[in-house]
Design a binder for this molecule. Sequence first.
Ligand code: KDG
Length: 349
Amino acid sequence: MKKMKKLVVVMLVLSLIVAMVGCSSAPSGDSQGGAGGDQEKYVIRAGIGLNDQHPQFKGLEVFKEYVERESNGRIEVQLFHSSQLGDDIQMMEALQLGSQEVTCPSSAPITSIDKRFMIFDLPFLFPTEEVASDFVDGPLGQELLDGLEEHGLVGLAYWENGYRHLTNNVREVQTPADMNGLKIRTMENQVHLDFFRALGANPTPMPFGELFTAMQQGVVDGQENPVPTIYLQNYPEVQKYTTLTGHVYSPFVLLMSKIFWDGLPADLQEVVEDGALVARDEQRRISREYTEELTEGLREAGMTVTELTPEQQRAFQEATSSTVEKFRNEIGAEYVEEVLAEIERLSNR
Ligand code: KDG
């Protein structure tokens, strides 16, 4: 009996040792304390909703490559796509809790944290992609990123998603009247809901990961996203019509958990910051290239692709001007004026 007890104790001690060795050798996201100085290893789990063909994932690959190389392997970046780690809102919450390190949502769901991000949802705001990227890379874009810190998030950079366009499975849309009664999936965002209501559609907010099945099963008639997303997420399989409305330019925002950030030594913070910008430039290049190539790809995949004339686009703008008025006050009239003036300045350079 005594021998048995001894054996049990020995086994317990042994399994404890094995468990401890296992913990210390595996690089883990828990290593964010930074207490081990130079030798400490860090793991960044970066998750997104889009798939691994999308320019957003290509950008993450550049980020991973840069950060792992420039940190001499002290940081490992693990990539997850297709909502493997959750939807945009869940992943942002995980960052705030420190249980995930990086995500890259559209700006639209960030409005639940800071409603100033709603400026990106105001329809027909940016005349060109260049003006949009100059704006986000400028002082007002930076001010928005800085404001995220008090919410447990570090805004590293703006990446490009591109102009959003409408697809549906019911009819070709050329005028606001054609929108009547269409069930459209929107991002989880008040401005988008109001915009589609103003057009007489029936908007349904839904996480991105549920969208394909919802279209396949007819739960919604359509959705709105940039061309690379429409093509690369295989929407032509379940949607017949694309209208190039370009109604909103909502950027991606590369976010890091502030808990994780605060635990990184300064030299590694610099590597992460630089990596976010190097990847941003390449990601934007790929996004613009794909947008150009894949518009034709949508036709080849069997969709009817409708380009709007400037008058037709103006009709959409006029039909939704009430959305701009409504949210001007909601966001803050003075702030919106400042944003509009900056866009005007950048447009006339
Ligand atoms: O990875 C980002 C996606 O999760 C999401 O933000 C894509 O624009 C998007 C949408 O429509 O939800």
